[in-house]
Design a protein around this ligand. Structure first.
Ligand SMILES: [Zn+2]
Length: 154
């Protein structure tokens, strides 16, 4: 099972490939530009801030990324069994999204950022993709983390 850094590396690699492909396709450039940014934002949020591993009681990479607000995930971690419902493909991401909705909504209101329902749908799609990549990677029986592999080659 990958650690937090490996999960981030997997997700950011996929984002890089997908974004590069998108940007190099002239027929769709500009037509979905803003929504693509919302999808990227949702994906990055799901990769770096709101990950399935927030169900751990230890300070995970994602919880550390919250800085002083990391404590908000303590009740979630206490109520979730690691790799239980939190790592399901539909309900786990939905529960985490609902958990932070008040905070996220407040931040969006304070930012004065205008958005549409379609923008939110794209952000959710990006967020869900990041969660699915995480859960899928957790199901791959890895014998070594990337960190172990790089350590062996030194
Ligand atoms: Zn996990």
């Amino acid at each position: 099972m990958p650690n937090g850094q490996t999960h981030a590396l997997i997700n950011l690699s996929v984002l890089t490939v997908v974004a590069s492909s998108y940007l190099s396709t002239p027929t769709i450039q500009g037509t979905l530009g803003l929504n693509a940014l919302w999808a990227c934002g949702g994906f990055l949020c799901g990769t770096l801030l709101v990950t399935p591993d927030l169900d751990l009681n230890s300070p995970t990479l994602a919880r550390k990324a919250w800085g002083p607000l990391g404590f908000i995930w303590i009740p979630y971690a206490r109520l979730s069994r690691h790799r239980g419902m939190s790592h399901s493909y539909i309900l786990g991401p939905l529960i985490r999204a609902a958990y932070i909705t008040p905070l996220l909504y407040g931040a969006l209101m304070l930012s004065n950022l205008s958005f549409t329902t379609l923008n939110v749908a794209y952000a959710l799609a990006g967020y869900y993709l990041s969660q699915w990549l995480h859960s899928a990677a957790d199901r791959i029986p890895l014998h070594h983390d990337l960190a172990c592999l790089t350590a062996q080659h030194k």
